[in-house]
Design a protein around this ligand. Structure first.
Ligand SMILES: [Zn+2]
Length: 298
């Protein structure tokens, strides 16, 4: 009898709680796909438990050559929102991604952002690329610049709010907090780079163009239009590294480090990995800045 009463009371309590908290029990999170992991972090910070987010380019893969798995294509059928950022694989796959779920909303995180040309400070000459550069020659690695990430974050807020207006105050609040965080990160990085003498850094894959532009650095890429450099290009790069007093060659975990190692050996320098695709966005950029500053002081 006592047991029955307890069960009855519990059931009534549950009913009362469900009546008092609107949406509890029926609030399905928005199902969101993004292209790269840093965007997943942004969407999760803005959406909290109102979103369930997957990144298309999984950890360890390059967004320039990625091919979605059949399982991911199937998962798109149950997705509410796809957030693109114009990385190379998306341009190749966008039709098939849309076809997998015609009802799914697609939104560009990079809307309203002026894209830089990949050859701005590098060695590309506007030729068509088979690798990481799109036909227009635009650099897709926008998120590496915190001020531009702020714009992406606002675009994400607008996309979530349009699909789920009831929670738009939550999205607005979380976005404000994230924009402030990105502002503090930006200031920290400016402080870190303030007194750096050698502002040139050499990197295998040129993923840091927006980052470099934001902080007054110059990225010297080893990769040539998405490919390993030839023997002659490599010799020229080694000469340039010596002239520019480069001591560290930066590599990215998703790419082969053979050419980078060759250059490092020739200049008696070392190879250091930095990752533009880390989901731990803020700590990662602080670490990258620290490593570039250290390399510039060697
Ligand atoms: Zn890249």
């Amino acid at each position: 009898m006592l047991c029955y009463n307890i069960i009855k009371t519990m059931r009534n309590l549950t009913l009362i709680i469900m009546l008092l908290v609107p949406g509890l029990g029926n609030a399905e999170p928005l199902r969101v796909f993004v292209s790269v992991l840093p965007l997943k972090t942004f969407v999760e910070k803005i959406g909290g438990n109102h979103v369930a987010v997957h990144a298309m380019v999984r950890s360890g893969y390059s967004p320039h050559t990625y091919a979605p798995t059949p399982r991911q294509i199937t998962a798109l059928a149950n997705t509410d929102l796809y957030i693109t950022t114009g990385v190379t694989f998306e341009k190749a796959w966008v039709k098939r991604i849309r076809a997998a779920n015609p009802g799914m909303r697609t939104v560009e995180a990079d809307a309203g952002i002026d894209m830089r040309l990949i050859g701005k400070h590098g060695h590309f000459h506007g030729e068509r690329s088979s690798g990481h550069q799109d036909v227009s020659g635009h650099d897709p690695h926008i998120w590496t610049s915190p001020p531009l990430a702020k714009q992406m974050v606002r675009n994400i807020r607008d996309a979530l709010s349009a699909l789920d207006p009831a929670n738009s105050p939550v999205y607005a609040r979380n976005t404000d907090a994230l924009v402030s965080e990105l502002g503090r990160l930006d200031q920290d990085l400016r402080d870190q780079f303030k007194n750096l003498a050698n502002r040139k850094f050499m990197v295998f894959h040129p993923a840091w163009g927006y980052f470099a532009d934001t902080y007054g650095l110059i990225q010297i890429p080893i990769e040539k239009e998405g490919k390993e450099p030839g023997a002659r290009a490599l010799t020229l790069l080694i000469g340039q590294a010596k002239r520019e007093h480069v001591k560290v060659i930066f590599v990215q975990p998703q790419f082969d480090r053979k050419s980078a190692t060759q250059v490092a050996r020739a200049i008696n320098g070392r190879v250091v990995a930095i990752d533009p695709l880390s989901p731990d966005y803020e700590n990662n950029l602080r670490r990258v800045a620290k490593l570039i500053v250290e390399a510039g002081h060697l």
